[in-house]
Design a protein around this ligand. Structure first.
Ligand code: GCO
Ligand code: MG
Length: 404
């Protein structure tokens, strides 16, 4: 079997997605996700101009060799653009392998260790009462693990305020320039422990709660927050530090027993290694679409296993349902799965990319269809042309740039 064509499909059914369709001489094809929010066309061009020509004529069965060929064969390797392109190819090849074998990808990864993947959703609000309300609604939907974010008094807008809605739809795509958010650590650090005190006192201890810092604190601030959240027993505190601050996680670790999750901005196994082997985190949250696909992530999971680190793969709305399916195929196969972030995709997205995971009673399920079980409807994709969109940026009150 040989690869005869590689199609790169850029579409915007509510937000931009970059999809890869790999076609073979035997008519079998596979579909992968290669979406990089805000820099989509850089990946599309990389795939179309640099990677597709390398794939024509190759045997699609050789996933590992193709991965190594594209990763090591580039000389200047890694980084979000190249790793996202590689992930798109990798997912499509696993999809093809599954279709050729007549097996779902989870079966090729060793078979089920569990039936479904425990999922978590996003809840948010303008004040504590609104967040509580939103968490109660999610609990009523069956969620057992819930992320809670709240507006910060004095700051006009903060990451995560839109909750599930923000996670599923591009709310930032209309303007030609990025929206500007204002960020100050002081009010944030004073608000978040009070939010979780409120939620615990109203909702009890059983529901699992977590919070995403979104890489906005410095090491000592992160340590303070992890310590002040200790009494409220979070499932995890996500991305307390920027990805560059790996050694500073030691400080956070020593300060508190609040479980730590990191990794949506890591793009390779090598970035994950020190935080896993030093046991500085409890959950590794890489994004399959930005860290080399299933081939990249299964090695990360395998290394994490003996160190007692569980997975919590990134599952935002800006990753296509193909990535979400790949997440769940891995989640139900690996022994050290922890939790899976998820979104409910709007109908338009499901029309273009059918077959994503389904949610039932707190968990996510994939079908037993061969491959990943997802597809791309190219005709529907053409109805939604690309629209330039940026993520917001963040500035301090004095106007200086901060990480968003
Ligand atoms: C999460 C993430 C996302 C990112 C988004 C950026 O935990 O889901 O932090 O919300 O902000 O993927 O494109
Ligand atoms: Mg996050």
């Amino acid at each position: 079997m040989r690869i005869t064509d590689v199609r790169v499909i850029v579409t915007c059914p509510g937000r931009n997605y970059v999809l890869v369709k790999i076609i073979t001489d035997e008519g079998v094809y596979g579909v992968g996700d290669a979406t990089l929010n805000g820099r989509e066309l850089a990946v599309a061009e990389t795939l179309d101009k640099h990677i597709a020509p390398l794939l024509i004529g190759r045997d699609p069965d050789r996933i590992e060799d193709t991965w190594q060929y594209l990763y090591r064969g580039a000389y200047w390797r890694g980084g979000p653009v190249l790793m996202t392109a590689l992930a798109g190819v990798d997912m499509a090849l696993w999809d093809i392998k599954g279709k050729v074998c007549g097996k779902p990808v989870y079966s090729l990864l060793g078979g089920k260790t569990r039936e479904g993947a425990l999922g978590y959703t996003h809840c948010a609000g303008r004040d504590f009462a609104e967040v509580e309300d939103s968490v109660r609604q999610a609990m009523a939907q069956g969620f057992k693990v819930i992320r809670a974010q709240v507006s910060i008094p004095g700051l006009p807008s903060t990451y995560g305020q839109g909750g599930q809605k923000e996670a599923a739809l591009a709310t930032w795509g209309e303007a030609s320039l990025p929206m500007v958010e204002v960020w100050e650590p002081g009010p944030y650090l004073r608000t978040i422990p009070r939010l979780f005190e409120h939620l615990r006192s109203r909702l009890g201890d059983e529901v699992e709660l977590l919070h995403d810092v979104h890489e906005r604190l410095n090491p000592v601030q992160a340590a303070r927050l992890a310590r002040e959240l200790e009494p409220f027993h979070l499932f995890f505190l996500e991305d307390p530090l920027r990805p560059e601050h790996q050694p500073s996680l030691r400080l956070v670790r020593q300060a508190a027993t609040t479980p730590i999750a990191m990794g949506e901005l890591y793009t390779s196994l090598w970035e994950c290694l020190p935080v896993i082997t030093e046991q500085l985190i409890d959950f590794i949250r890489c994004d399959l679409v930005h860290s080399g696909g299933i081939t990249g992530a299964r090695k990360i999971a395998a290394i994490a296993e003996p160190y007692g680190v569980q997975t919590a793969w990134h599952g935002p709305g800006d990753a296509a349902p193909i990535t979400h399916a790949a997440n769940v195929h891995m989640d139900i196969a690996i022994p050290n799965f922890g939790v899976q972030e998820m979104v409910f995709f709007p109908e338009q997205v499901q029309e273009v990319i059918p077959g994503g995971p389904t949610f039932r009673d707190g968990s996510l399920y994939v079908s037993d269809a061969p491959g990943l079980g997802t597809d791309v409807n190219e005709e529907a994709a053409r109805k939604y042309p690309y629209r330039r969109a940026y993520l917001p940026i963040a500035r301090r009150q004095d106007g200086s740039m901060h990480d968003w």
